[in-house]
Ligand binder design. Structure first.
Ligand SMILES: NC(=O)c1ccc[n+]([C@@H]2O[C@H](COP(=O)([O-])OP(=O)(O)OC[C@H]3O[C@@H](n4cnc5c(N)ncnc54)[C@H](OP(=O)(O)O)[C@@H]3O)[C@@H](O)[C@H]2O)c1
Length: 332
């Protein structure tokens, strides 16, 4: 007998897509997985792209939206010995968070700190792991570096500022398009903040910190920031591209500064990485941050919480760039 559960389903994938709650088969964990009763799931920009048809799940992953969850272990596969039924866990998923239950590999799940509730825990994995991967594994951030974090009010931006502040003694510059997002960035540890709609951040950085002063840039915007980024980067500077919210085609681009400043221009994804890579990333992240989360020195910035029956409204809030930090779904 096939058991069913409720999950959010995308109707008419594309520009006119809508969301409904429907019945799908209950995921059955394999020997290395646990089945979790989902208590909360968080929204990511990628979910908006997936329902538009621009961001298909990796091969073998469920079509159900949702890249992260927090919940309670309900069943364990035969090779699972570190988890027990009833444990509170959270973790990164290749999809499947917007549902009553999900299956997750035993080594991708993390134990929820005592002080965290499900709403907070689900808001950690995707943005903190992305930020950690970008700053530490790819960007090789070092003590004394200056780091520029764009879209500072985004889920990834609010996580990256905290990691750069709490894991390293760095100088942090942040950009965003609204004053309250810049205020949040400052509260989280940014030293210099610029409103990209009103200021030329490159001119401001050069004025305040001097020429060639930024060691690492985390960029989600792309085209409109390319020349400004190149202008402020220091010798041996690095840029990690995570998205191109402002476009990705740059006309008449000169490669000369890449050579003369010995720059490293990188791009990255998280969802399409192998499971082993993600297990390694999760383990390294947790080794370096667990006590900080337990002591609430690191925490997800929660913008708002919606019942999962209101996911459409929650998506609209993100689409309109209204959120500062994470939007969370509950009640599944
Ligand atoms: N490659 C990866 O591994 C990876 C992983 C996770 C996320 N991402 C990407 O990282 C980005 C952040 O994700 P998220 O879920 O944290 O996003 P989010 O919370 O929705 O924040 C995105 C913010 O970017 C700003 N923005 C949007 N369009 C812009 C433009 N044209 N110019 C300047 N700023 C703009 C807006 O803030 P303002 O009000 O400041 O304009 C918006 O609120 C997304 O693009 C996502 O797809 C990539």
């Amino acid at each position: 007998m096939v058991l069913n559960m409720k999950a959010i389903q995308v109707q008419n994938k594309g520009k006119e897509s809508s969301l409904t709650i429907g019945e799908v088969p209950l995921p059955s964990p394999n020997e290395d997985e646990i089945r979790v009763k989902t208590k909360a799931a968080a929204i990511n920009r990628a979910d908006l792209d997936q329902r538009k048809g621009h961001y298909p799940p990796p091969e073998g992953a469920t079509e159900i939206l949702g890249l992260e969850m927090a919940g309670v272990v309900e069943e364990c596969g035969s090779n699972v010995d570190q988890w027990q039924v009833g444990d509170r866990v959270f973790g990164l998923l290749p999809g499947g968070g917007y549902a009553e239950y999900c299956a997750i590999h035993k080594d991708m799940a993390l134990p929820m700190p005592e002080a965290m509730d499900f709403t907070e825990a689900t808001a950690v994995p995707e943005t903190f792991l992305t930020a950690f991967q970008s700053l530490v594994w790819l960007g090789t951030l070092r003590e004394g570096d200056t780091v520029l974090i764009h879209a500072a009010g985004s889920g990834v931006g609010t996580s990256a500022i905290q990691l750069a502040r709490k894991l390293f003694d760095t100088q942090i510059i942040a950009t965003a398009g609204k004053q309250h997002k810049l205020d949040t960035a400052e509260n989280l540890g940014a030293t210099f903040t610029y409103n990209y709609k009103e200021q030329n951040y490159a001119e401001e950085i050069i004025h305040n910190l001097g020429e060639d002063s930024v060691d690492l840039i985390i960029d989600f915007i792309g085209k409109p920031y390319w020349y400004k980024n190149i202008e402020v980067l220091a010798m041996d500077g690095r840029v990690v591209y995570l998205s191109f919210l402002g476009g990705h085609k740059i006309k008449n681009m000169s490669l000369a500064p890449i050579l003369s400043k010995r720059l490293k221009i990188m791009g990255s994804t998280l969802r399409s990485r192998s499971r082993d890579y993600k297990i390694g990333l999760t383990a390294d992240f947790w080794k370096r941050t667990q006590s900080l989360f337990e002591e609430q020195k690191l925490y997800p910035v929660i913008d708002s919480t919606f019942r999962w029956t209101e996911t459409e409204q929650a998506h609209r809030r993100m689409q309109q760039n209204k959120n500062t930090g994470k939007i969370v779904l509950t009640g599944m």
